[in-house]
Design a protein around this ligand. Structure first.
Ligand SMILES: *Cc1c(COP(=O)(O)O)cnc(C)c1O
Length: 463
């Protein structure tokens, strides 16, 4: 990671960034005032910034760098593929070797009979594909009224018009005329904040039964699908109670609707199995994948179809009038395939399941005992802390998000990237994180919690 001499001075880059770059999910006035932190290289779980600071990335970028930074094998494969065939499309009855091999590998890795993939460039467009795909599926079966899609409050499915409408993020719906029609949102299985006096198990059943109520309200003849993340990621690592997914699966089985598992985060080892559907006993008809599919080394995603859904496209649906120029891009496909080879052959998912995952769980639970923490929860290698002024009472702060932001800044200042969602602190480290590196995460997070609590007391936000 020795590239410091090769870039302009940090202040010059910050000025150019402020002048010419509109950042996603960023307050432009704010970033222009403080200047962006500029990341220049990465190796394993560590990043380096333009000032030479070494930062432990406990978010794996945006939940995606599952095999860690700096794996030369992926760079070599990309270089080879670019020389051989940098681009060709998969429209109009053509294909190419990398996309064929990748589709076959995904079919082998995914559970059940999820055997056929429609490729996209990421998760947002894959979920937009899903909207059109499930509607065309039902229309092809002679049921054109089945168009409505049920999703969840505080779910995240991407940022395009369709996928952000599937998402249940109020702040996103507030801008740009969302949600589009034909989508509704039921309660999330967020026991800590919304479970009240119910036990987690009781609350999980109640949250799941909201799906049955919504199907009833809309009429089954009008409903195409239900979409959900096995574990909500961007919503704040909401790990559902154990009763939730079995009841959702039962309701889906009892009704003629498709179940879409959005595994963009939970796929490719994140929860300690290859897919969250395995961890939570879900049998999806369609699975959305992206992020860990290429460990973020190339932009690629997809919708993986079960045989039931694929058969309709093979037999009845005619031409699917839908596709992206870069669907199944050869370089992205080759890199994803190499990423899956590494995940597979190095036993990385197994290590998470049996070794580093349990170790992180044990150490994460220790943070749960901190007086600022109301709950510590974890699923494999994704975890959250609920900050609370009254930890025993699961009480929220009066002004939400202040404590989380303070804590995030303390983490950042101590070279730990941990993200805040309101007053939830979340991590999703590279799956290759070692126990020694986990110890560093815990130590820096603990220090950040101490400093945050001290600040909150000074500011009168906590007694
Ligand atoms: C990140 C994410 C998406 C969107 O993926 P992009 O590649 O950013 O378009 C969709 N669903 C889930 C669950 C995600 O976490």
């Amino acid at each position: 990671m020795d590239h410091i001499a090769n870039h302009p001075a940090t202040a010059d880059m910050q000025a150019a960034d402020a002048a010419h770059h509109l950042h996603p999910f960023t307050d432009t006035a704010g970033i222009n005032e403080t200047g962006a932190r500029i990341i220049t290289s990465g190796k394993g779980v560590m990043l380096r910034d333009s000032e030479g600071a070494e930062i432990l990335d406990a978010m794996a970028g945006l939940w995606c760098v599952n095999i860690g930074y700096g794996r030369n094998e992926l760079a070599d494969v990309a270089s080879r593929q670019m020389r051989e065939l940098p681009y060709y499309n998969t429209f109009f009855q053509t294909s190419h070797p990398p996309v064929i091999a990748l589709a076959e590998k995904i079919a082998a890795l995914t559970p059940g009979d999820l055997n056929r993939t429609f490729f996209s460039c990421g998760g947002s467009d894959a979920n937009d594909t899903n909207i059109r795909l499930v509607r065309h599926y039902w229309a092809s079966l002679g049921k054109p009224s089945k168009t409505h899609i049920i999703a969840r409050q505080n779910g995240y499915h991407g940022s395009a018009m369709g996928s952000a409408s599937l998402g249940g993020m109020a702040a996103m719906h507030a801008q740009g005329g969302l949600p589009i029609p034909g989508i509704s949102h039921i309660a999330q299985p967020y026991w800590y904040a919304e479970g009240g006096e119910l036990s987690p198990e009781e609350f999980g059943l109640q949250a799941a039964r909201a799906l049955a109520d919504e199907i009833e309200r809309l009429g089954e003849d009008n409903v195409a699908a239900f979409i959900a993340e096995p574990v909500q990621g961007a919503g704040g690592v909401i790990v559902p109670p154990s009763t939730y997914w079995p009841e959702i699966q039962r309701i889906c089985d009892a009704h003629e609707i498709l179940l879409i598992a959005d595994e963009v985060i939970t796929g490719f080892g994140r929860t300690g199995a290859w897919f969250g559907s395995e961890t939570y006993g879900i049998r999806p008809d369609i699975m959305t994948i992206a992020k860990g599919l290429s460990s973020g080394y190339q932009p690629i995603g997809g919708s993986v179809l079960s045989e039931k859904v694929a058969a309709v496209f093979a037999e009845k649906a005619g031409e699917f009038n839908h596709g992206y120029t870069y669907s199944g891009h050869p370089v992205a496909a080759a890199v994803a395939l190499e990423n899956l080879r590494i995940l597979d052959e190095e036993g990385i998912v197994d290590t998470v399941a049996t070794d580093t995952g349990p170790y992180l769980a044990k150490r994460w639970a220790e943070l749960g005992a901190h007086p600022l923490v109301g709950e510590a929860r974890i699923s494999g290698m994704m975890a959250a802390l609920e900050l609370s002024p009254d930890a025993a009472g699961r009480k929220p702060f009066e002004e939400g998000g202040v404590a989380g932001l303070i804590c995030r800044d303390h983490c950042f200042a101590s070279n730990l990237i941990m993200r805040h969602v309101g007053d939830k602190m979340i991590i999703s480290p590279p799956l290759v994180i070692s126990k020694a590196e986990i110890d560093i995460v815990i130590e820096r997070a603990h220090k950040a919690l101490d400093l945050t609590m001290a600040d909150l007391k000074v500011q009168g936000l906590m007694r």
